[in-house]
Write a new protein. Structure first.
Length: 80
């Protein structure tokens, strides 16, 4: 197999090719951020759609992980 990016990819291949987990790929498909096509039982996403999505993301660190972590810490304090 060559190192060239394929025309379309299955969500199972996202971690290897794009560094996006399979579950995150399905979340993006469910939200409509990534258009998916069905070919029989296989779900495919065009490589150009994935690259378009990635390029649309802001440059730099995503603050969301820190915000989520702070929310979890706050919830633990309330429970205790």
């Amino acid at each position: 197999m060559s190192n060239a990016t394929p025309f379309a990819v299955r969500p199972n291949d996202f971690p290897t090719i794009y560094g996006i987990s399979r579950s995150r790929a399905f979340e993006l498909i469910a939200k409509g951020a990534l258009p998916a096509r069905k070919v029989g039982r296989t779900t495919l996403v065009l490589a150009e759609d994935v690259e378009k999505y990635i390029r649309s993301r802001p440059i730099g660190l995503d603050p969301a992980p820190e915000a989520a972590m702070a929310a979890r810490k706050a919830a633990r304090k309330v429970e205790a």
